[in-house]
Design a protein around this ligand. Sequence first.
Ligand SMILES: Cc1cc2nc3c(=O)[nH]c(=O)nc-3n(C[C@H](O)[C@H](O)[C@H](O)COP(=O)(O)OP(=O)(O)OC[C@H]3O[C@@H](n4cnc5c(N)ncnc54)[C@H](O)[C@@H]3O)c2cc1C
Length: 409
Amino acid sequence: MKIAVIGGGPSGLVASINAKNNFNEVYLFDKNQDFGKKLLLTGNGKCNYWNEFQDISKYHSTNNDALKRIITTNNLRRTKVFLDSLGIIPNIKNGYYYPFSNQSASIKTILVEEAMNKGVIFKTNTAIKDIIKDKNFKVYYDNLCEEFDVVVIATGSKSYKKTGSDGYGYNIAKNFNINVNTVTPSLVQLVTDTGLEKKWAGIRALVKININEKEEEGEIQFTDYGISGICVFNISRNIAINLANKKKQKVKINFIPWFNGNNEEFLKYLNLLDIKLNKKNISNLCDGFLNYKLTNILASKSKIDNNKKWCELTNIEKMTFINNIHNLEVDVIDTKGFDNAQVCSGGISLDEINYETLETKKVSNLYFCGEVLDVDGDCGGYNLSFAFLSGLLVGRSIYDKSATSKSKY
Ligand SMILES: Cc1cc2nc3c(=O)[nH]c(=O)nc-3n(C[C@H](O)[C@H](O)[C@H](O)COP(=O)(O)OP(=O)(O)OC[C@H]3O[C@@H](n4cnc5c(N)ncnc54)[C@H](O)[C@@H]3O)c2cc1C
């Protein structure tokens, strides 16, 4: 059997390693000079490759039923066993796994060397231009046409185009009449329209944010275009989908996630604090829990003079200020787009895929793995986990197929 794996990211590398046996030839193609260009950027160069808390709620797809059949406890276990077998020692922080070297380059090197040792044939600097199925697959590149028995599409999504993933896999799927669900950016910064952007740029705060009943807690980063940070990334998926459907989006920011009470109870808290601290002005009153720049921004948004003493404010002024601290409503008008998104949601429909092997139902010997599929995860290592898991399923299934066809022969 002659196998072409298109795309040398984490999913394509793992598929190649696991597909190779003595009865087949595995070719790994990538348009870049080297494999794993996006992998090198992950986790700020430290590669958050796995998470201790592996729960299906961390993964998303249009077809949740198929998702549950692919991301099973057994498949997660097999993937983890495979990663451990490569000698990757984890450095675990709050359940997030990083290689102990703290460098994504080590994960990339381990995978590339393993593929090389197994005898995978490397074809870097080679962009695949077209794939046609006749009796076999005709794969076109560099003015050449080469025939393969099996093709694996591991070309990624269309996020961070500069790393090589430009949505090519979606076009190939369409050529084979395979359905592609709408692709939108995910794990991406949000563009807001509040008039506060210039003032809040550079501020960070620990908050709870909330939209369409999805709630996230963590550090938010305010920028001159809007908001960023892991908690923002984790709500960006739903926002991008709703914006694409022309639905207006409002994020609510709670700057006092440590306070378990309503606005009236927080009013009592601030009144008492004011007495205890001996009649401070508004800026100073919140110093114990809020960045003073934020206090001033929220005071001015509430149309309050921040030099006034707390006790000099009317009840309405106090409640407006408290509401902005507890529940600041921010209009989101856009995302920072595919070029800034860590992943995409949508992609090759799981309806088209055999969930045990990830082979397409319509075209035999055509497989998809990694982010090109309609699966995306939250921040925390879930996207790489899926790239590895799906690469493993594809690779092992091809391995079994080529070993069986050899023994039949
Ligand atoms: C900045 C950033 C940080 C991230 N951090 C994390 C993190 O810490 N943890 C986590 O879990 N996930 C993270 N991700 C997401 C993760 O990197 C991806 O989900 C993962 O790389 C997807 O793997 P893949 O193999 O499916 O695709 P990719 O890694 O995108 O690889 C696809 C490969 O296919 C090649 N290709 C495409 N078209 C062709 C063609 N026509 N011919 C030949 N080759 C082609 C491309 O050159 C590319 O090398 C991050 C992403 C970004 C952008």
